[in-house]
Design a protein around this ligand. Structure first.
Ligand SMILES: Nc1ncnc2c1ncn2[C@@H]1O[C@H](COP(=O)(O)OP(=O)(O)OP(=O)(O)O)[C@@H](O)[C@H]1O
Ligand SMILES: Cc1ncc(C[n+]2csc(CCOP(=O)(O)O)c2C)c(N)n1
Ligand SMILES: [Mg+2]
Ligand SMILES: [Mg+2]
Ligand SMILES: [Mg+2]
Length: 314
């Protein structure tokens, strides 16, 4: 596994997976779309693993519940769908206080109840570390899903949500410096995604969309490769306010705030492409252009030479 990256591993998995009779959008996007006799729905799953995504000494059950919900709801929103329901599978070690699990459920409730998203079931098992695996469903409300593969030469690239805050908060926790910027730590522990802007982007004709889980540059590259175009992003110098908000943390840790903005994961903003001249939903900000060229991503016209963004294996 150490010799593969996530995309290479998926390329080995996908050929073996049956398409089934009802698949409208197969694996490869933020969610699949499945036909139902009375319509169709988006479905997606993401897992959080103790000591890979969170540490129990930093994150309470409530935090992990919020985060697991957001991570999955954002994948639904990135299809242009409205989330409707979750199911939650838990693996819990024997030393875990029952209160932690109750707090986890409260975290799901706090995130989902205001959205009228039901948490409608799940599964329980024991195991060596905490694992929270969530499946989320969404309603496309009669619209076409917004795929990763629809960006076209001449489109604008726009982003909604925060940039780099989760990465900065995670770095502060790792270095024992949470005191430097508690707001950034909160952005890591309990990220917030502009979920309503997924359907809003779809309604104004977004051509492609992804939620940013592995970093702007890496996830922009996924749209570029899926669409057969290149996304040319603005660089860190265009993100003055974002960089300023991360400056104290970057200074304290000797890290680069611009790198967090461009490559930090787990913010769960929405990155979308729109036809040129389209009025964007409020909350989206233009961060680049789509051009013809070697499919993928460039920053200010050049290959990105900063860190690559998150990959579990690569
Ligand atoms: N084990 C697997 N079997 C089948 N399909 C998979 C598997 N793992 C991932 N996929 C599919 O591969 C695509 C990419 O998955 P990935 O997890 O990178 O996307 P994501 O959930 O949007 O990102 P992230 O997990 O970083 O938040 C998705 O369509 C997903 O359903
Ligand atoms: C303890 C700890 N170590 C490392 C990280 C960083 N991290 C883990 S997964 C991920 C990207 C998205 O994951 P996925 O693709 O699984 O959704 C990132 C940035 C963390 N959050 N906690
Ligand atoms: Mg996603
Ligand atoms: Mg995933
Ligand atoms: Mg990922």
């Amino acid at each position: 596994m150490r010799d593969l990256d996530e995309d290479a591993l998926l390329a080995r998995i996908f050929p073996h997976l049956p398409r089934g009779a009802s698949t409208l959008v197969p694996p490869g996007d933020d969610a699949a779309v499945v036909a139902a006799p009375d319509g169709r729905f988006a479905v997606t799953t993401d897992v959080l693993v103790e000591d890979r995504h969170f540490r129990r000494r930093w994150s309470g059950g409530f935090d992990v519940g919020v985060r697991a919900a957001v991570q999955n709801l954002a994948d639904v929103a990135a299809m242009g769908a409205r989330p409707t329901s979750l199911v939650v599978s838990l693996v819990v070690p024997g030393d875990l206080p029952a209160q932690w699990v109750e707090d986890l459920a409260r975290g799901f409730g706090a995130m989902c109840a205001p959205l009228e998203v039901g948490v409608v079931g799940g599964d329980l098992s024991g195991g060596p570390v905490v694992v929270v695996a969530v499946t989320a469903h969404g309603d496309l409300e009669g619209r076409e899903p917004v795929l990763r593969g629809g960006a076209r030469d001449g489109d604008v690239v726009a982003h909604a949500g925060v940039r780099g805050r989760s990465a900065a908060g995670w770095a502060l926790l790792e270095e024992g410096r949470a005191d430097v910027a508690p707001d950034l730590v909160a952005g890591y522990l309990r990220p917030s995604s502009p979920l309503a802007l997924g359907p809003a982007a779809a309604r104004v004709g977004a051509t492609a969309m992804i939620d940013v889980s592995d970093g702007l540059v890496r996830d922009a590259g996924r749209i570029g490769r899926a669409s057969g175009v290149v996304l040319d992003l603005v660089g860190p110098s265009a993100y003055g306010a974002d960089v300023a908000a991360l400056a104290a943390a970057a200074t304290a840790l000797g890290r680069d705030a611009g790198d967090w903005v461009m490559t930090g994961g787990e913010d769960h903003g929405l990155l979308a492409t729109f036809p040129q001249g389209r009025a964007l939903p409020e909350g989206f900000r233009v961060v680049g252009r789509v051009r013809a060229g070697e499919p993928g991503v460039v920053v200010e016209g050049r290959a990105w030479t900063g860190s690559a963004g998150w990959d579990h294996f690569g």
